[in-house]
Design a protein around this ligand. Structure first.
Ligand code: AMP
Ligand code: ZN
Length: 666
């Protein structure tokens, strides 16, 4: 038998490799399921053997570390801005300027796309990711290592060690399909969609809970290696090294020898950039030779050896024909602009989202207005401005609807909500079917055999009025329906039966409580452990759960104080739906530390910080970021901050070691 350490090492390597093929090369070498099984195997071994803990193990990608305040860190080498250019002439002028400084040498350039996201500086030491720092003001940035580690395309350990200690810079982006998916989910739970991928990417880096970052489909595209004495002659070679080391360096980079070649690159990508899976907002032209780069140096704010060329934002002009209103499954109303079809960035645009009443008021948009539409990041294009000169005389301001377009109930808008809602939860057809459709979807109860249309049919035929009714469907009831064969009826009944095994987290998400999306449902499930605890939770208790705010808490209270919901849940219970956390998860749980508040500080040997925190929480304790009178214990590792120590002494809070903690656990 392989010894454990060896086995752990082997698993880590294997997982790292699959990860690389999947996330960097976009070429899967293993099924998701097999990957998960290997990961689980490794996780179990690591749990049993905390002495082999490694912060760069593939198991550390799932996040879990919570950062309340991000440390500010000095960049070892400043992160400069780039000078911008907007025309062919600007580029020619730049070339003349640098040619003058360098004298009569022949110049080589690289052209790269300018990826539109959040810049990041990754520090590697001895081949391992040491820290990740945002650009900040270029001199100092925030350390966001825990969050960045969750981005699967960033190697935690490099593959090629030509050099193993260096900085590498890149752009963290949110690819478009992931962005669309995230927004779809947000809109579904009644939240406003995110504005654009760039802001969402940079916002993600500052999330406190790294597990939440791990759930976001972020990617990182690298564009510069910085090392003290690099063994490379050119920027291109340096990027080639980065690629070999396991980083994602886009293929689109090109070495150019003449201005014409540069211009060709610009023109090509100006036209074709929308075929890429992520957003770009220009091209960066760099002098290829690192010697030349050094000779050219920097101005006060940017390198002389590089120049950015910005693409023009693509706009189209068209006319607003009509505003329609959509009802979501939570009753949220979304106004939609129906436009005279127009070509924009390679697609025909017919509709644009108007988000909510405020947006309409802010734009003062009216029927028959001539509008400017942009695809600036949003997939659904947005209306950026109105051409008031073209406004027809006698046009009247848009009045937001007062009643539901579906069931004609008067709409409500609560304080603090951006959106109007139809309050007729149990009578509004779109809400009824929408909720059931959500209940059966892949990320919730995952009921095979049922689709959106079948739900509508079953509802229309009076067979279901809510999701509990699904569990009373029988083949006999389904077969007589139009276009229902025996086989599909069988599948539906089987799918419904299978859903009884779906885990509590997913069931909670499936219930369709407003503002309770996938992540929130997970948090609540872990915290409350079963539906009864959650049902009985008071507002004050709810807002004390990490990241549950007033709005979510109110929505949960509303949901469970509604008799109809209570009855539906009781029926679901009788049908045998899973309403508590998996036994396995509960196994190591006690309430030994109930009422105790811990602060964790420093570096540990027996546990990772995440494990330590998990162990506290599993035993009913609470972990907070800062020391106060309420703190019961501080668990101190190596290098605990002196200010923390001082504060602890002042408040008389006991400081214990990880060994003491293990004693407490026993
Ligand atoms: P700016 O923010 O306009 O000064 O542009 C500089 C920023 O462009 C850098 O901080 C990078 O984050 C970003 N950038 C995106 N793609 C590239 C690239 N290929 N090369 C250099 N910088 C890039
Ligand atoms: Zn309605």
């Amino acid at each position: 038998m392989l010894d454990t350490q060896q086995k752990i090492k082997q698993l880590r390597e294997e997982l790292r490799n699959h990860n690389y093929y999947y996330y960097v090369l976009d070429n899967a070498t293993i099924s998701d399921r097999d990957f998960d099984m290997l990961l689980k195997e490794l996780q179990e071994l690591e749990n049993k053997h905390p002495e082999f803990f490694d912060p760069n193990s593939p198991t550390q990608r799932v996040g879990g570390e919570v950062t309340k305040n991000f440390n500010t860190i000095d960049h070892t080498h400043r992160m400069y801005s780039l000078d911008n250019s907007y025309s062919r002439q600007d580029i020619l002028d730049w070339e003349t300027r640098i040619q003058k400084i360098l004298g009569d040498v022949s110049l080589e350039y690289t052209c790269e796309l300018k990826y539109d996201g959040a810049s990041i500086n990754l520090y590697y030491k001895d081949g391992k990711l040491e820290k990740a720092v945002t650009r900040g003001d270029g001199f100092q940035g925030d350390e966001v290592t825990a969050n960045v580690k969750t981005i699967r395309s960033i190697p935690l350990v490099i593959k090629n060690k030509t050099i193993d200690t260096f900085e590498i810079r890149g752009e963290i982006v949110l690819p478009l399909d992931g962005f669309v998916q995230m927004n779809k989910e947000r809109v579904e739970v009644g939240e406003d969609p995110y504005r654009n991928p760039r802001n969402t990417a940079s916002g993600s880096l500052k999330l406190q809970d790294s597990a939440e970052v791990a759930d976001r489909p972020l990617d990182c595209l690298l564009y510069q290696v910085v090392a003290d004495r690099p063994p490379f002659k050119t920027h291109f070679e340096a990027l080639q090294f980065a690629k070999d080391a396991g980083f994602k360096v886009p293929q689109t980079i090109k070495v150019c020898f003449t201005t014409d070649e540069i211009l060709e690159f610009l023109n090509y990508w100006d036209e074709n950039r929308h075929t890429l899976p992520y957003e770009t907002d220009g091209v960066v032209i760099k002098v290829n030779s690192l010697d030349h780069q050094e000779e050219l140096g920097y101005t006060a704010k940017s390198p002389r050896w590089a120049l950015a060329y910005k693409f023009k934002a693509e706009q189209a002009i068209t006319v607003l024909n009509e505003i329609t209103y959509q009802v979501g499954r939570t009753g949220a109303i979304t106004p939609v602009a129906n436009l005279e079809p127009v070509e924009l960035a390679g697609t025909t645009v017919k509709r644009a989202s108007l988000h909510n009443a405020d947006q309409i008021e802010k734009l003062d948009i009216r029927i028959n207005d001539t509008v400017f539409v942009e695809k600036g990041g949003e997939i659904i294009p947005k209306i950026v401005a109105i051409d008031l000169d073209k406004r027809p005389t006698g046009s009247i301001p848009t009045k937001y609807i007062t009643h539901c377009p579906d069931c004609d109930t008067e709409l409500v808008r609560k304080e603090g909500d951006a959106k109007h809602f139809c309050p007729n939860e149990f009578g509004c057809p779109t809400q009824i079917t929408g909720r059931i459709q959500h209940f059966i979807s892949r990320k919730t109860m995952n009921i095979d055999g049922l689709g959106a249309e079948t739900i509508e049919l079953l509802y229309k035929e009076g067979l279901i009025h809510n999701y509990a009714d699904l569990y009373e469907l029988t083949e006999d009831k389904i077969i007589p329906l139009e276009r229902m064969a025996e086989k599909s009826a069988k599948n539906i009944v089987k799918g419904v039966e299978n859903s009884k095994k779906v885990t509590f987290e997913k069931v909670l998400f499936a219930l369709g409580i407003r503002y309770v999306g996938e992540t929130v449902a997970k948090k609540l499930a872990r915290h409350y452990k079963n539906i009864d605890n959650l049902t009985n939770a008071s507002f004050d208790e709810l807002v004390n759960v990490d990241e549950i705010g007033d709005r979510i808490a109110n929505s949960i209270i509303d949901f469970f104080s509604n008799e109809i919901n209570v009855e539906i849940i009781n029926r679901l219970k009788q049908f045998g739906i899973t309403f508590s956390l998996d036994e396995k998860y509960l196994e190591d749980q006690t309430d030994k530390f109930k009422g105790l508040v811990f602060v964790v500080s420093g570096v540990f040997h027996k546990f990772s910080r995440t494990e330590l925190k998990k162990s506290i929480e599993n035993n009913g304790g609470k972990v907070t970021g800062s020391i106060s009178k309420k703190t019961s214990y501080i668990i101190a590792g190596d290098n605990m901050g002196p200010s923390k120590k001082e504060k602890a002494d002042k408040l008389g809070v006991p400081i214990i070691s990880e060994i003491d903690f293990i004693e407490l656990l026993k």
